[in-house]
Ligand binder design. Sequence first.
Ligand SMILES: NC(=O)c1ccc[n+]([C@@H]2O[C@H](COP(=O)([O-])OP(=O)(O)OC[C@H]3O[C@@H](n4cnc5c(N)ncnc54)[C@H](O)[C@@H]3O)[C@@H](O)[C@H]2O)c1
Ligand SMILES: [Zn+2]
Length: 339
Amino acid sequence: MEFTVKLTDAQSRVIIEKGCHTHLADYMEFNGRVMVVTDDNIPDSLKESVLCQFEDAILAEVPQGEKAKSFEIYTDLLATLLENGFSRKDFVIALGGGVVGDLAGFVASTYKRGCRFVQIPTTTLAQIDSSIGGKVAVNMNGIKNCVGSFYHPETVFVDTDTLATLEKRHFYNGLVEAVKAGCIGDAQLFDIFKNHAHELDAHSPYLEEIITRSLLFKRSVVQQDEKEQNLRKILNFGHTIGHALESLYNLEEYYHGECVANGMLMITEDMQIKQDLTGIFEKMNIPFVKAPDADKCIEFIKNDKKASGSTVDIVKVDRIGEAYIEKIHIEDMKKYFGR
Ligand SMILES: NC(=O)c1ccc[n+]([C@@H]2O[C@H](COP(=O)([O-])OP(=O)(O)OC[C@H]3O[C@@H](n4cnc5c(N)ncnc54)[C@H](O)[C@@H]3O)[C@@H](O)[C@H]2O)c1
Ligand SMILES: [Zn+2]
């Protein structure tokens, strides 16, 4: 299966096929040098299966985890490209999860005003969500994604075979973004979770459909609103509270998807949807955050870049498959905590 994300000045080709990461040149021509950016926790077998396809590829390994999205590591990677004489016609390949994708993408977007960029996402989160849409960034002064740009990969190779080694907790964490896509835009996708959440793993026959549906939905939104002026905000369902929870726990105790799952539950008012979501997340072993400090969360929401003045745009779902944006006073967000 393959499709294209068409944007104003770019397009991304998305290939969803088992085994595709082992024969990249069958899909596109790599007529230049290659730097593969990956992290030090990704299995060697995965790195080998990509590196062996190129004669003189450079392997740039960064430490695993959010801390790799730093300015220091970003400049180190730029220096490696420069020292090795890379031109803007050469390739940066991101092999890893959302961290490697965001970091390598930001490097590619700024090196010589933009070199060629390819993604091989290896987590559910990256395959479902972060590998398309073009948001690339690093963190600074403890603030997530505060330096970045929009830069779309020319090709994304989605290979569910790469997920076989992914830790279960990360596997489910990423799937939360697919549950979100179901809630806001694809009722059939939501039904897959309602019926099969208890039996999902890397070998599940439903996995490719879940990923494909999520990506197609994200494509439809991104193509209509590339730079998050308006419609794209619906992708933030569960994220206003989710980001506050991430900050409350210092980006450590819970993963992004887990916080978003809790955010989705807290913001949902329809009792049936809330019950269905709770059932799905229980089956996915998502931890439930108990009584978070509402005042501190409100402070984090005030500092969030999505808040303007005393109001914030939140995403609501009253019927599965449909979302709308509501502007509310940040102080009124309190009612969603402790529910
Ligand atoms: N750009 C976007 O639109 C967007 C959207 C959502 C999230 N993000 C970003 O994505 C990041 C989170 O991404 P993530 O959840 O993929 O985390 P991650 O990249 O840190 O990966 C999670 C862990 O899984 C390991 N791993 C990756 N692939 C593996 C594999 N195949 N087998 C075994 N282990 C593997 C990694 O080493 C890491 O320890 C955050 O920085 C977030 O801001 C970006
Ligand atoms: Zn998210």
